[in-house]
Ligand binder design. Structure first.
Ligand code: BDR
Ligand code: CA
Length: 318
């Protein structure tokens, strides 16, 4: 490992919480984001790509990392999007206020870019996966040797208690592409799973977010954060009856920035790929289990205060 910021690659399907996670990662001095790869998930691929570019125009206009488009369809039969959460434009209907002025995606494919970065930063790269794992699984299938050079693969997905948000049994990213999730979980890569079991235990109160954002001095960033977080908090209020949100994707970034934000355990895990009611379920073994499932590091506890301080101080910072 080198000193200084960790070389990072972010694979994402923006998405409201992806947008917050990208802003957080771009602002963090602990990470150097070398590329953003986009995968279809919350909304179709081109819509996700546009949102990744929007975040860069607001948060990294001077030195934006390259954006690569990846897989438009999952490896599994496609059954869902999350427009009911994120809206058709993926960012709560506010995209019209943020036309993309300057940036464009690169010509290359996300999978090739992932393999290239895994080789270039062999032994150092942290890959933070915030969407369905299609791009990552395809890269693994294409060049397993290069991908074994990844230092850490932080995945927002699943829930070690076997519960879900897409269905009662499956978290959205795993439900969207269980075949890809299973490839990754079984890969033997140094995976850190950040699942709903921890993200749902660190709800950020809307009042705290609003107060911090209001104090920001950079007007465009302040407005953008307000505009994208507003619909997300509204959704949580309407659907869950609370003035607070789980920041799923930002917590995965936080685990890469400051591993002390979560406590982890090595737990043998697998993913259900059949098309029944348990499609996409993360199956995590209890302590002392004896199956042949591959052990992965899974977050079991979260320090919510530490996470919220880190997130707000970074994303609202100078
Ligand atoms: C995950 O699902 C998506 O809708 C979010 O962006 C996040 O990655 C949470 O289950
Ligand atoms: Ca996401």
């Amino acid at each position: 490992m080198t000193n200084g910021p960790r070389p990072a690659l972010i694979d994402t399907d923006p998405g409201l919480d992806d947008v917050l996670a990208l802003a957080f990662a771009l602002q963090s001095s602990a990470l150097e984001v070398h590329a953003i790869t986009v995968v279809a998930g919350n909304v179709p691929l081109s819509v996700c790509t546009a949102n990744a570019l929007r975040v860069l125009e607001v948060f990294a206009a001077d030195s934006p990392p390259p954006v690569y488009e990846g897989c438009a369809e999952p490896l599994s039969p496609r059954v869902c999007r999350a427009e009911h959460v994120h809206a058709a434009d993926g960012i709560g209907g506010v995209s019209g206020a943020y036309p993309i002025r300057r940036l464009r995606p690169e010509d290359g494919h996300a999978v090739a870019a992932t393999i290239e970065l895994a080789r270039r930063y062999h032994g150092n790269l942290v890959l933070i996966a915030l969407g369905p794992l299609t791009n990552v699984a395809v890269a693994l299938g294409r060049d397993p040797e290069a991908m074994q050079g990844i230092h850490e693969l932080v995945v927002m997905g699943g829930s070690i208690d076997g519960t879900g948000n897409a269905t009662p049994h499956a978290e959205f990213n795993f439900y969207s592409d269980p075949i890809a999730a299973r490839e990754v979980v079984r890969s033997g890569l140094p995976v850190t799973l950040v699942g709903l079991n921890v993200t749902e235990c660190a709800l950020l109160p809307r009042a705290r977010f609003d107060a911090r954002v209001t104090a920001m001095t950079k007007g465009l960033r302040r407005q953008f954060l307000r505009d994208v977080a507003g619909p997300y908090f509204d959704f949580c209020k309407k659907e869950q009856g609370r003035d607070a949100c789980a920041l799923h994707d930002p917590l995965a970034v936080a685990a890469a920035v400051d591993p002390g934000v979560v406590r982890t355990k090595r737990i043998p895990c697998d993913v259900v790929v059949s098309q029944g009611i348990t499609r996409g379920r993360l199956v995590a073994e209890r302590e002392g289990g004896c199956s042949s499932a591959v052990p992965v590091r899974a977050a079991t506890e979260v320090d919510g205060e530490r996470f919220h301080d880190l997130f707000l101080n970074t994303v609202c910072g100078p």
